[in-house]
Design a protein around this ligand. Sequence first.
Ligand SMILES: [Zn+2]
Length: 242
Amino acid sequence: MQLGRGRDSYSYFPTDCVISVLLPVDGRHGMEVATVGREGLFGVQSWIGVRPTELRAIVSTPGHAWRIANREFDALADADPDLRRMLQRYLRMILAQTARHAACCRFHPLAQRLARWLLTHADCAPTDDVLVTHQRLATLLGAQRAGITSAIGTFERRGLIGAARGHILLLDRPALLQEACSCYGANRDAYSRALGMRQSDGAPAGVGYAGDDGRNQNGSHSRPRLAAKALASARDRTRSLR
Ligand SMILES: [Zn+2]
């Protein structure tokens, strides 16, 4: 499924899916520049006037998401200072993430980027079973498929992951953390700073909802506060319209 097309565009709040945000290059998809799961939303760029045709998104892990028409979402943000501040902080985090992606692609080896990608997507999804093909990974990471297959094979032989057709299961998170480039930790820190969360709150500490093992202290995903805030506003508005 592709998002971001059409005149009447929406913002999407994933509940159990993961959205990969792509910047098209020469009319093609281009590589992934940001990842959105339960912790965030796709569509925040419309809030600052970026036309939806300038970015594309695909659902890289199937699942469900709430959506709200951008015009209605803009009105909610205008009327709710708390939501607006949260969106501003989230937008700063997304901008930092996209800039870091560019440097990551230039300076970090493919195996490190693959480990970072797998951890990020597992953080954003409800399970450690990431649904992705080698070809899709090659597209998202801007790499050759042969390089992806080689890196996956190496991780599999070392017991870090289990790979089946269209599935990659994370088996050893601590070892993958050792393999991942520094961008993974930097993105997690940026998310914590952006939304003012601390691990001691049992709240998200990273791009996903991570403690050191990628989960919160209860072993489950924390409530995505940005989405909860926005959707609570939407429900209030719905009630007021009845
Ligand atoms: Zn990196």
